[in-house]
Design a protein around this ligand. Structure first.
Ligand code: SDX
Length: 429
């Protein structure tokens, strides 16, 4: 990695800061010594110009609409790989050989069941609790059941905890769904692939055989690939910050789930479908586009815009293709919300406001229509996002723990409150 320097003039003092270059993408100015040299902080509340870490996992070029996982374009992974291979790639840095994939699949399979006592854990929730609330609580509780894999200084325990998280998330997500709809839990079936096992745990019932539709299983697998990891997004940064204190991996993933739930982040897939349902028909689109452009109206087009992508989100294109496949296979190819979504995209992408602000559909815009056609209620959409993103969070967490420069994350602030003042007794206030 070549090193250059920049000079920063501060109050007549010239400060020299190192510039570091990555493999591809923007250089970074190392400001680690800035406060020591200048007694000043940098200020970047939304981290729009801040690299929080060095990473080798995922690269995004927002201007070109490029997404690489360990160097492989998302389009090629979605087309030619399956989610198990992408999990292996994110965790270990290379696509697996046949033998490595088989061994990895076997190791994951041995961890798909959850402690039987966890099923009683669910009975504490109301049946109408949002499944994401159930996920935050239940995943956080995993450290109460698996305390033998919470020592983050032990590489073996880190590996077991990583496998447990990736293996158990489908089981827990399916349990959250079954509890939500009042049906009995379905145990994992170890001879099924990851996506098929998940669909069966969600939609099988004890009173009849459940046959997985291979088209829907392949679509589910591809949706998991599209959501697996995405650089230092809000929830991944949350997992890293929680992990930097030495918190156990289950607690860190629960923190990531909590952050992902926000409608500006992973919660946008549920919000986007609800928005399309509220618009209802194509003739009402102009009213909502006008609201999205109105500075005085908090309404935004959910599933549109992105902090990094100022071009089409490459995942949205693949999700749209998957949407057609699923609607066709599920017999909903005339879904009225699809017509609203396609027309809304067309109108927005030709509108000056969206063009100037470089607002394009993101991964959440078409996923809701697709997931609904797979049989999921909108309340489960962000749960599925969390299920897929768990491998990315775990890969990023492992990378952070093994980073020799790793230390507890502790940002500073620009303080604009009261200067020091003396206490006044209440009798004198
Ligand atoms: C995900 O970071 C990741 O990688 C996230 C993710 C991942 O895989 O982890 O990709 C997943 O979270 C995708 C994003 C899902 N969220 C939504 O679809 C919610 C709707 N989108 C917006 O809330 C917004 O676009 C964000 C939150 C996604 C991005 O917000 P930014 O980067 O802070 O941008 P901004 O809010 O400053 O917007 C810039 C301008 C603003 O106008 P001005 O103040 O400059 O006049 O664009 C406008 C915004 O008002 N704008 C929108 C808009 N998004 C931004 N206007 C209308 N509709 C929108 N959707």
């Amino acid at each position: 990695m070549c090193e250059k320097n920049v000079l920063v003039a501060v109050d007549g003092q010239t400060v020299e800061l190192k510039v570091r270059s990555g493999t591809i993408g923007p250089d970074v100015v190392d400001i680690g010594s800035l406060y020591k040299q200048t007694k000043m902080f940098t200020y970047d509340p939304g981290f729009t110009s801040t690299a929080s870490c060095e990473s080798k996992i995922t690269y995004i070029d927002g201007d070109e609409g490029v997404l690489l996982h360990r160097g492989y374009p998302i389009e090629q992974l979605a087309e030619h790989a399956d989610f198990l291979e992408v999990c292996y790639l994110l965790l270990y840095g290379e696509l697996p050989t046949k033998a490595q994939k088989s061994d990895f699949g076997d190791r994951l399979t041995r961890h798909t069941m959850v402690h039987e006592q966890m099923s009683r854990f669910f009975t504490g929730y109301r049946r109408d609790a949002h499944p994401m609330a159930v996920m935050v609580g239940t995943v956080g509780a995993l450290s109460a059941f698996y305390h033998d894999s919470t020592d983050i200084t032990d590489p073996h325990q880190r590996m077991i905890a990583s496998l447990r998280m990736v293996a158990k998330m489908p089981t827990i997500a399916a349990m959250a769904y079954k509890y939500h709809v009042g049906q009995p839990f379905i145990y994992p079936q170890n001879d099924l692939d990851y996506a098929s096992n998940f669909l069966r745990m969600c939609f099988a019932v004890p009173c009849e055989e459940y046959v997985v539709n291979p088209v829907l299983a392949r679509a589910m697998d591809r949706i998991l690939i599209l959501h697996a990891d995405h650089e230092q997004n809000a929830s991944t940064s949350t997992v890293r910050l929680a992990g930097s204190s030495g918190a156990n991996p289950f607690a860190c993933i629960a923190a990531g789930i909590a952050c992902l739930w926000g409608p500006a982040h992973g919660g946008a897939n549920e919000a986007a479908l609800n928005m399309l349902a509220e618009i209802g028909t194509v003739d009402r689109i102009p009213e909502y586009v006008a609201r999205a452009k109105d500075k005085n109206d908090p309404f935004r087009l959910m599933g549109f815009g992105h902090r990094v992508y100022k071009n089409y989100d490459p995942r949205a294109k693949i999700m749209q293709k998957t949407m057609y496949e699923v609607l066709d296979a599920a017999g909903h190819s005339d879904d009225p919300l699809m017509k609203v979504a396609l027309e809304l995209e067309k109108i927005a992408l030709s509108d000056k406001y969206f063009i100037e602000k470089k607002l394009y559909p993101n991964v959440d815009f078409y996923s809701g229509i697709t997931l609904r056609a797979l049989g999921f209620p909108a309340t489960m959409f962000t749960v599925l996002f969390a299920l897929a993103r768990t491998v990315g969070w775990i890969a990023q967490w492992n990378e952070m723990i093994q980073d020799p420069d790793q230390r507890i994350g502790r940002p500073r602030q620009l303080y604009t409150g009261e200067a020091k003042r003396e206490h006044v007794p209440i009798s004198q206030r």
